[in-house]
Design a protein around this ligand. Sequence first.
Ligand code: FES
Length: 334
Amino acid sequence: MPYRLTIEPSGHELDCDSDETILEAALRHGFNIPYSCRNGTCATCKGRILSGTVDYGDVEEKVLSDAEKAEGLALFCQAMPLSDLKIEVREIGAAKDIQIKTLPARVAKIEDVAPDVRALFLKIPSTERLQFLPGQYIDILLKDGSRRGFSLANTPNDDALLELHIKKVVGGAFTGHVFSGMKEKDILRFEGPLGTFFIRQESTRPLLMVATGTGFAPIKGMLESLFAQGSIRPIHFYWGVRHAEDFYYESLLQQWQSQYSHFNLTKIVSQPDSQWSGPTGYVTEQVIKDFPDASAFDAYICGHPDMVFSMSAVLEQAGLNSEHIFADAFVFAK
Ligand code: FES
């Protein structure tokens, strides 16, 4: 028999099966609560259990600590009900009416953009349209039943081709194929759009955007969308990579810098060679050096979980309330 789940402060009520996560139940009923990875990695779905008990699922201490469990927190993408529940989480209206679809897509173009990054451009059938919010992701569905999540790097305005940035992972079943066997005209299947990493349009606050590596992909979609809308919210974008050659889309970035005076770009290299003359070190340190008081921003952060967690913590210490921090933490899909 399903348990009763109440979402506060909205008061929405729904059924949640005993073998279903809280997130699955919410999405099944059309209630959009924050999530990204759906596998217990990113902490985006962390929320409070106000009453009732849950099976916390398989969660790592660094993503949800025992102290946080004792405080009443849970990962809603992992937690399953053991009783009727009341939870506290902010529902997100923006993606509510966007339909998640499973579609085929043809590989239209493959471009090498950095030594170990390929941009993959996918064409969906002309009878279909994929509505999404810039920054969301899709899951590529593999024949063995597994999935690989990639952010959409394009905007819905140029919906002819979906753009993914794929980082090569040695031994990766899918990314290995992208770098060796994949050809134009190959057919893939995907599910999407997914996730709640997208610009909160209701805000007018200046934007602090932080990415490492291919975390640039969703940020690119967000930036193109902001520019297309004519938004004049000040944007400070920090992009960190290991080696200078890991940066890509240089001419696009230069074009944005010359065209938009409210767009400020800082590129940081953690392992520079003698040619690199820009900032060095970790992106988190550079951001906080430039903005010791971060309280006025909306922050959008995308990259490895370690960077995302430390950047979020540092921004909170710098006065930014967590409700203004939006993050997409990912480990490279294999
Ligand atoms: Fe739950 Fe990522 S940890 S969505």
